[in-house]
Design a binder for this molecule. Structure first.
Ligand code: ATP
Ligand code: MG
Length: 351
């Protein structure tokens, strides 16, 4: 198998964590009899400043001729965030129809969490990635201060709900067989009742999977009190976004949380750490590369080489057992390259 990857290191710590990840995924591919061709592109904030656009017009076309994208992070203090979020991240999600966002979170031995109930956590957030509260539908009125009004319309459609739901039930079938449907249908009576109805229909197609509706506020509490009981969380765009950051804290912080943007169709997936460009620590060589390496592992799961993903996850678990490898976000004094080297040597010992 030959895997053709587009690498978008981006800005801030993006290039640091991607550089640390590429040798690890190269080794893992080789170990499992696959080849990995990497095409690196300069898309991001620096390109936006230079050319007026964060990526070229034919970006999606280029990606479509590959198997997957590894994305570091974009964001610079001197470029408005929305230029990059809309001009690159959301544009790629839309053009590639990356309708589902997967955010797995687990606890790791020897990695502390500020949440004392975190040990034993192994959950997966499946987030609808294209609509809900993030469609930009709405507007502002400007009839003087007193009458100012901002309207943000949430859009929930049957096709989007169905494909996210099917994805969640399929994943749950391969895991512990439980889906929690996260909504707020007691207070938001139109969109989230539609979620309740459609998900109940999809659930009927998966008799081996249990499904519980849970209100988002109750879920926030449960994720702190009893996170180890959770398997798959099926979420709208907004709720998935919020709960994923909460979940990352269970794993030990932003540096530990990977994600995948995937399409139920066959377009290439986009794999990225959930953290941003972290300008506060960029350039110091201390960013935690784990989230990016785990995103690389998810890339292997998605292209049909899950054994390579497992090898990476095992090697990360081994490297993290030695606290001297821990980066400052985990309370250690380690470096990006040091942790990546430890993962690589654990990986090569697996052979
Ligand atoms: P964005 O708008 O791009 O999401 P942000 O500033 O909101 O940017 P992050 O860039 O994710 O969010 O940074 C949030 C905090 O997490 C910062 O203090 C940052 O240093 C820390 N952080 C993010 N990623 C990492 C990482 N890989 N390793 C260590 N710390 C990180
Ligand atoms: Mg952020």
């Amino acid at each position: 198998m030959q895997i053709r990857l587009v690498s978008i290191p981006g800005d801030g710590v993006g290039p640091e964590v991607v550089a640390a990840t590429l040798p690890v995924i190269q080794d893992a591919a080789l170990m499992h009899g696959a080849g990995l061709d990497v095409l690196e592109v300069d898309w991001g904030g620096e390109r936006h400043l230079r050319t007026g656009a964060p990526m070229p017009d034919d970006a999606a076309e280029l990606v479509r001729s590959h198997d997957a994208v590894l994305f570091g992070a974009v964001g610079r203090p001197d470029v408005p965030d929305h230029e990059l979020v809309w001009g690159l991240i959301i544009a790629l999600r839309q053009q590639l129809d990356l309708a589902v966002n997967l955010r797995p979170v687990r606890s790791w031995e020897n990695v502390p969490s500020v949440v004392t109930s975190a040990p034993g956590t192994d959950l997966l957030i499946v987030r609808e990635n294209t609509e809900g509260e993030y469609t930009g539908v709405g507007g502002r009125t400007h009839r003087g201060r007193e009458a100012e009004l901002g309207i943000e319309v949430a859009v929930h459609s049957r096709p989007a709900i169905e494909r996210a739901a099917r994805y969640a039930f399929e994943q749950a079938g391969r895991r512990r067989g439980q889906v929690a449907l996260v909504t707020k249908s007691n207070a938001m009576r139109h969109g989230y009742t539609l979620w309740d109805e459609i998900v109940a229909e999809v659930a009927a197609e998966f008799p081996a999977v249990e499904c519980q509706p849970v209100l988002v506020d109750a879920m926030a509490a449960q994720m702190i009190q009893r996170p180890a009981e959770l398997d798959v969380l099926l979420c709208s765009n907004l709720f998935g976004d919020i709960l994923a950051d909460l979940a990352a804290v269970l794993a030990g912080g932003m540096g530990m949380a990977p994600s995948a943007n995937v399409s139920p169709a066959t377009t290439p997936g986009l794999f990225e750490p959930i953290h941003g460009s972290a300008p506060d620590i960029a350039g110091q060589g201390i960013a935690n590369p784990t989230a990016c390496m785990l995103s690389g592992a998810m890339m292997f799961d998605h292209v049909g080489l899950p054994a390579a993903g497992d090898s990476i996850r095992n090697a990360i678990a081994v490297a993290l057992l030695d606290s001297s490898n821990h980066t400052p976000d985990l309370g250690g004094t380690g470096t990006t390259d040091g942790l990546a080297a430890a993962v690589r040597s654990a990986l090569n010992r697996e052979r």
